[in-house]
Design a binder for this molecule. Sequence first.
Ligand code: NAD
Length: 506
Amino acid sequence: MTAISATDFQTVLSRCGIELQALAGKDISVHSPIDGTELASLAALPGAQVPQVIDHAVQAFKQWRLVPAPVRGELVRLWGEELRRAKADIGHVICSEVGKIAQEGLGEVQEDVDICEFALGLSRQLHGKTIVSERPGHRIMEQYHPLGPVAVITAFNFPSAVFAWNAAIALVCGNPVIFKPSDKAPLSGLATFKALERAIARFGDRAPAGLAQIVLGGAAVAEALVDSPRIALVSATGSSRMGRAVGPKVAARFGKRILELGGNNAMVVTPAADLDLAVRAIVFSAVGTAGQRCTSLRRLIVHRDVKQPLLDRLLPAYRSLRIGNPLQPDTLVGPLINEASFEALQHSLSQALKDGGHLLTGGQRQLEHQFPQGFYVAPAIVDMPAQTSIVRHETFAPLLYVLSYDELEQAIALNNDVPQGLSSCIFSNDLREVEVFLSAAGSDCGMANVNIGPSGAEIGGAFGGEKETGGDRESGSDAWKQYMRRTTNTINYSRELPLAQGIQFG
Ligand code: NAD
């Protein structure tokens, strides 16, 4: 028996504006991780056509950069309206395509709406500074100008929000966008993109043709965008392996890039922690989205004195998790994206046990009889004697390692001693511990939280991480500056020509 009705799903896709027949082909086969049902078979854009797509974006840029930013803001306001209207349908597509539970599917579309509202406000605030000059009769100011076409390459696990985060900001900043969704989740990307197309239609002829384009395909299509010097900014979200390929190519042509890559996020639990609060945060951040968030909790660094009481609370919570079809309202843990992901989890588990780890719970496949083509797993916890190399590696599944510590400095050293640097948190009610964790000698991650887990960020903050996570930021705060080119203007309104640094010339 299948959990997904192909006819119902097609109806939802049509309401989202997706006509599968027009996109049909043999290149990308999209399967639901829920039960393996084939949701669509799509044609990829031939690599040879990518330059034409880029031409359109380059032409669109010439017009769009001249549209006043607050008017550009009106376009993302309309996009936000379209997304609100289609929230339930796009949420359903996300759940069916990547296996998120309903609350998380809806939450992802809400994130799209939130970033549109943020970008609307931003469209009146793209301002630079005025700087005092050392020379009489002079003034220095900064301006931020549109940059050029932006390519947005996304991962499967946030197939809608990552596009919206980038596109909403890029559009108000005056840039056309070319979207290359994950080939594991193109339908969620298409549904989000179609909402943008409807907004563009309502916005009318103020939006040039080619302002927003979508290209379907795998790494080859993405590479054609990455390699083009006409793409001013490549924003690529995915594994560190992908970033290692993309980063040097963009750098070689002196392009701009935003890399949002893998994480290996930790929580430090100190003796001064509220353990009940910590348990709730651990469960949400380690098993939510079946451990397939870049910010998922992967390492629990707990003080030896509170380890047992914490595990005494955590293990029963893990054992009571409802694992199953994410379309059912009471499910908390859906499937992994595919079999390869399940195999990767099994590999990490067996390596951890070889390294002296002790499996406390989980790891086994679930619901195999009901869903032979669905890869469900009981979230696992492994007590580790040390931070071995498998612990330092990102396993994109619900696998939580427990490490013990005696002194806070040790806990911070463990937190930082991984190649990735995305998110981290501390649970403590001791002000000194908290401030040390947040200080220059504390967590080295792009995000460091207190008394909340490492996942579930709001769009208002800058999102991203250090080291192998890529070092860049997107979404809120001043991340918009990366989507613009900055000019420094020195204006002389005197009748003299004094030189800086007091230089006398001639
Ligand atoms: P992935 O690296 O397999 O693919 C991501 C995207 O990159 C896809 O669109 C893919 O087609 C493209 N791609 C792959 N190889 C490429 C290449 N050589 N050149 C150009 N493009 C290429 O990642 P995934 O499995 O879809 O997603 C999971 C990973 O993404 C995890 O590591 C997770 O931590 C990370 N992620 C990071 C963030 C973040 O904001 N830091 C957010 C979501 C996911």
